[in-house]
Design a protein. Sequence first.
Length: 156
Amino acid sequence: MKLGLFLRRFFGLRNKASGFSLLEILIALALMAAGGAFVAGKIFDMYYEGQVNSAKIQMQNLAERLKEFRRHCGQYPNTEQGLKALIEKPSSTPECTRWNPDGYIEGGQLPKDPWGEDFVYESDGKIFNISSLGTDRAEGGTDKDVDIFLNEKQAP
């Protein structure tokens, strides 16, 4: 028996002309699909984390503007006045006689959260809460649909 024939039979080696079997191709495709799914999952997780971090940074920036408003006006805008008080002088009570005529946000536009929605603002004038409804754009939620909150105590 020739050595080459023996090695091919013993080690399952084939002729150079022969290709891969269907089973080998399917196994390779399955491994690539599993690896791709893993990588895609990690990419989506990183994208979600980026959106959450962006929302938190935007809320911290709004909190800084709200504190500047309070320094001028003596209190935070109430819920009725809302974040709009940062770009337009509030017409409802309590009035702010020292309101900054340029507003408190450059460009005169309130930011949207990373999901394209308005931030939710609540305040009695003494403390405030800012929130984003998150990916599901609805109150409440679990896991990745959870709402994101920032209150006065968490603000920088």
